[in-house]
Design a protein around this ligand. Structure first.
Ligand code: MN
Length: 297
């Protein structure tokens, strides 16, 4: 059964962190439709002034974040003591689990084009130990079929596997390039949540009366086992995300996403009291006075 269009979402321009302009493609009002995905932020900037203030030290609990850069450079540091810089085609994956304090600082470059995805943690794993990994473009397998090329970040496609295998809900995250007029088919579990985000070019959804979807839109699909996408008159670049819904209650307070209001209140109380980071998990050089609690990401 072919998946059909459920929603087309343009998102909203927002400013987050210390003053970073971004498009919040999906966010708080969309969480039950996009479960297990909580948030997708997109960046597309030619002017470093729109992002260099970055996201200095801030906490997270209860989620995993995936940053994928098509172009640009982002430096990361966290309370576990990890630090790293990702650049064109690289990605970062962070499990906040019981608590992490980190900073994500985009560096001035001619272009910054990328996304950050928030993946929810199931209630049983929300307080798991925090972890961080980064992968370079060379770590991401490319499945090239002539008029389509698929870059795997997480999940499987035609026998290849993305390197981000430890994300708890085991989602699929792939980047699909289609030459003008090319077509692409993707098979998945019928009940998985599946959406695409169009970076460049327009997508023609041929199974849906050739409906044309503009770039910088997310399309959420209904249940089904097959998705078909065709490129319009220009080359098409889009990201595809799929995962099994958790079906759990969501209590979301800025950078912290739990299941109940009580768990949220506890997290903010621990931030006040300085017990948010577990004893063996930091602080990795983060001074408590430098922590911002009012950012989302
Ligand atoms: Mn963050």
């Amino acid at each position: 059964m072919l998946r059909k269009i459920k929603r087309v979402v343009a998102g909203k321009k927002e400013t987050d962190g210390a003053g970073v302009e971004l498009t919040r493609v999906i966010g708080k009002p969309d969480v039950y439709d996009f479960d297990p995905f909580l948030m997708l932020d997109a960046f597309d900037h030619d002017d470093p002034g729109k992002y260099v203030k970055g996201f200095p030290w801030h906490p997270h609990r209860g989620i995993e974040t995936v940053t994928y850069l098509i172009e640009g450079e982002v430096a990361h540091g966290d309370s576990l003591g990890n630090s790293g810089t990702i650049t064109d085609g690289d990605c970062q994956w962070m499990t906040a689990g019981s608590g992490i304090i980190h900073q994500e600082m985009p560096q001035p470059q001619p272009k910054m084009l990328g996304v950050q995805l928030w993946v929810n943690l199931p209630s049983a794993d929300k307080m798991t130990a925090p972890r961080y990994r980064d992968f370079t473009a060379a770590d991401l397998p490319l499945v090239d079929n002539g008029d389509s090329a698929v870059r795997l970040i997480a999940g499987e496609f035609r026998g290849s596997k993305g390197p981000m295998e430890e994300i708890t809900v085991r989602p699929t995250f792939i980047e699909v390039s289609l030459k003008a007029g090319g077509s692409f088919s993707f098979f998945s579990e019928p009940g998985d949540t599946l959406f695409i985000y169009i970076i460049r070019g327009s997508a023609v959804l041929e199974a849906y009366d050739d409906r044309v979807i503009e770039p910088r839109r997310a399309v959420l699909f209904t249940e089904g086992d097959e998705l078909r996408v065709k490129a319009g008159p220009e080359d098409l670049l889009f990201l595809l995300f799929a995962g099994q819904p958790l079906g759990e209650p969501i209590a979301w307070g800025g950078p912290i996403v739990m299941n109940t209001k009580e768990e949220l209140a506890e997290a903010f109380r621990e931030l006040e009291e300085g017990t948010f980071i577990r004893k063996d998990q930091g602080p990795g050089g983060v001074a408590a006075g430098d922590v911002h609690r009012d950012f989302y990401r």
